[in-house]
Design a protein around this ligand. Structure first.
Ligand SMILES: *Cc1c(COP(=O)(O)O)cnc(C)c1O
Length: 306
């Protein structure tokens, strides 16, 4: 990941959601106003913003979105120069909305939740104050959360910050303040070796581009039989949500699609219950061959029902 030497890498517990609390507890006091800017572009950033409200003032920098299908134009963001940090979720797992640019914050500390696209593409760490990611989507199994934090941000936690969530304490103790989740860390080590031996984040990016294009191309060429509600510019390479039959989805067809997929051994394609439809998650562990099997099935299903 080319992590610069003035960053610490921590291996913590509590998942991505634990970081929704840890981030404000450690960073919202960086400036006197105890204020943070949030971009709310899906379920996960909405949850993070709600949690942060417990510890300070939260400013959502754009008008509330009525559907999570786009990223508001950066020129319309109302960033607060005295915010302690700017927060965004790099890949909204439920809605399939991904940032393919790094937000410009004019010097304010930038924080990102990369739980569902960590190590799926190269990232310039030096642009960030902090990045976190639960391991279970792209780098291992549940139980460990990676936090990459710039050293000058350590030691600024609110006094009510629980000690296990205090980045400075964990950094000084080499992530061993309390018993670490050894098994999850071991598995992550194996996955990191696998990524490295397969060409690292640049190679993962190439694969993920190929995989996601395979699915989006079918959607785009289906004459509205498959519908992805997300704006083209921010369509996720990791999570491809789509409806079957028509805009908003045809219940009977979607059920038939999922049943047919499951008969071919393709499971967990059902969209998140809050959005419905289908969601193909194409994390690093999903191979080109796996993706091709789904693509072939989608083409066949289209031919049968169009
Ligand atoms: C899954 C996910 C989370 C929540 O992770 P937990 O480990 O279940 O707390 C947070 N953010 C994003 C983007 C996720 O995909």
């Amino acid at each position: 990941m080319n992590i610069p030497s003035n960053y610490k890498v921590l291996f913590l517990q509590g998942g991505g959601c634990g970081q929704f609390s840890a981030v404000p507890l450690n960073l919202i006091g960086l400036k006197e106003d105890r204020c943070a800017d949030y971009l709310v572009t899906g379920t996960w950033s909405a949850k993070a913003a709600k949690e942060a409200e417990k510890y300070g003032k939260v400013n959502v920098v754009h008008p509330k979105l009525d559907s999570y299908t786009k990223i508001p134009e950066p020129s319309s963001w109302n960033l607060n120069p005295s915010a302690s940090y700017v927060y965004y979720c790099c890949n909204e797992t439920v809605h399939g909305v991904e940032y393919n640019f790094v937000p410009e914050t004019n010097g304010v500390v930038l924080v990102s939740d990369m739980s569902s696209n960590f190590l799926s593409r190269p990232v310039d760490i030096s642009k960030f104050g902090l990045i976190f990611a639960g391991a279970q989507k792209n780098v291992g199994c549940a139980g460990v959360t990676v936090v990459i934090v710039r050293e000058d941000l350590l030691g600024r936690a609110l006094k009510e910050c629980p000690v296990v969530l205090d980045y400075k304490v964990q950094a000084e103790m080499n992530s061993l303040y309390n018993t670490p989740p050894c098994f999850s860390i071991y598995i992550m080590g194996l996955v990191l070796d696998w990524i490295k031996n397969n060409g690292g984040s640049a190679a993962m990016e190439m694969l993920n581009k190929q995989k996601s294009s395979m699915i989006y191309d079918i959607i785009n060429a289906s004459n509205g039989f498959y519908v992805c509600p997300v704006e083209t510019a921010c369509r996720s390479r990791m999570n491809v949500p789509f409806r079957v039959g028509k805009k908003g989805g045809d219940d009977a067809l979607e059920k038939e699609f999922l049943d047919g997929a499951s008969k071919r051994g393709m499971i967990s394609l059902k969209g998140h219950r809050s959005v419905g439809g289908i969601r193909a998650s194409l994390y690093n562990a999903v191979t080109l061959e796996d993706t091709k099997a789904l693509a072939d099935y989608m083409k066949e299903f289209l031919k049968e029902h169009q």
